[in-house]
Design a protein around this ligand. Sequence first.
Ligand SMILES: Nc1ncnc2c1ncn2[C@@H]1O[C@H](COP(=O)(O)OP(=O)(O)OP(=O)(O)O)[C@@H](O)[C@H]1O
Ligand SMILES: [Mg+2]
Length: 221
Amino acid sequence: MRSILLLNAKGGCGKTTMATTIAAYYALKGKKVVLADFDPQGSSMDWLAVRPVDRPRIQGLAAWQNQVRVPKTTDYLIIDSPAAVSGRPLANLVQRADSILIPVLPSPIDIRAAEHFIGQLNALRSVLNTQVKLATVANRVRENTLAAGELDGYLEMIKLPSGKKTPYLAMLRASQNYIRAAEMGLSIFEFSPARTQHDRESWTRVFRWLDSKRSLPTPKN
Ligand SMILES: Nc1ncnc2c1ncn2[C@@H]1O[C@H](COP(=O)(O)OP(=O)(O)OP(=O)(O)O)[C@@H](O)[C@H]1O
Ligand SMILES: [Mg+2]
């Protein structure tokens, strides 16, 4: 089973949007997907509650209130997390994950905060002795807020303790498609390709990373 955690201490950066999009993407591919919501706001569970019954099934787990029991046959566990998570709950989440995706809003303040948070995560990784992999994704990028090149520059500068860069995978634009999908219990991959082509393409590198060994923990010796 692959487990993918959407994480950032910052609220409203796109954790739920990305968690539901990724869950639907793999469900559409015929995978058995569990969406575990650790946020007491329950936004991922709300999304599942309005998901049309004729769409590929995703099993929901209200993980903030119930014990997490993931069926053995699960292919993908997608974990949505609350904002401002720290301490023991943060360690708990990190320990469950193979791969962590960090959505970052395209402002200098958010990027600096993300850099800080990644520093914290790296410290936690060594304390927990886990080889979980991290990557960033810029989300809700508007054409004329921060120049694309400038944003790339910022996110690419975030380094791991080894001195290597934290992979920066994609820039998702601000799009009504995500807002409509959220309302309807759907994902952009369930709208017409013509209408969502631009958005679909921006996810290519995210899934390429998730489907590669680069996003898997390095085996311990
Ligand atoms: N790429 C996008 N384009 C347009 N709207 C977006 C995009 N990503 C997220 N949103 C919207 O921004 C708001 C916040 O996104 P979301 O709920 O995914 O963030 P979050 O990190 O889960 O927030 P919280 O910390 O409150 O759980 C939502 O209304 C969502 O529909
Ligand atoms: Mg959320």
